[in-house]
Write a protein that binds this ligand. Sequence first.
Ligand code: ZN
Length: 302
Amino acid sequence: MPAERLSEHVWALTGPTNIGVLMGPGDRAALVDTGLDESAARKAWRLLEENGRRLVAVINTHAHADHIGGNRFIVARSQATVYASAFEATAIRHPVWEPLYLAGGAMPGPAVSGKFFMAEPTPSVTEAPPEGDLDLGNGFVVRVVPLPGHAYAQVGLAYDGVFFTADAFFPPAVLEKHGLPFYVDLAAAERSLARIRDQAGEWAVYLPGHGPRLDRVGLGGHVEANLEAFDRLRGEVLSALGGPRSVDELVDALSRALGLSYANPGQYYLARAAVTALLTDLERRSLVSPVVGGTLVRWAAS
Ligand SMILES: [Zn+2]
């Protein structure tokens, strides 16, 4: 994970999950997310040490394991306060929520409770304001921007000309590779993308949770690619719904149409949640509806 300087006071460790390093007034610093595990967090810690910085805060954009997995290592070595939105904070304190909800409410087996799906708990998480200034103390102020959609109450963070957009969008290469990006609420995700696009003049540099840094032009292209992917996927779901299908039948039909297959139950559960979010979105648009009959709920075009 190379360290990259994004502005005068902002660095990032770019890797599978990007980590932001905010250099505050004096010797203070804060992190935006901590990566998947100790090895990612260790690199951020080294950068702080090299710069003689004292970590006062970690701000988690959302509770997914690949963004909070390094919290434990960081918290054990510092006095840092961990911040998150009120809703995501509960899942950071109790990370069992992630495997539980992915598996539909029941505790799944080991394939869906490893470090990719369940981080170590962070017992103490302070709730950040839903929007606006988050004061980390003595003039160290970052801006919280709500970006729900990929996760239920995800936030972005802005500081010194850099906007960390978390997983509000994915680079086109990632969209292509994964085919079915993970979103829990498409309408919310689209509003978040519109918000990022409308505020694009405010910041010079954008860093998503995954993928390279972007300028305003690159950002516009990424936002459009993600909006187009939503439209394309809505169309794919409607054409995969030849007749009434259960969610599982639809995951199968849609995945075949997109050329996707799953190597473990966790990948399957992620796809299943994404398909469910698409169905909810189409139901809100009165394009599909659930048909309850006998022993199954099936979805049909309305
Ligand atoms: Zn995520």
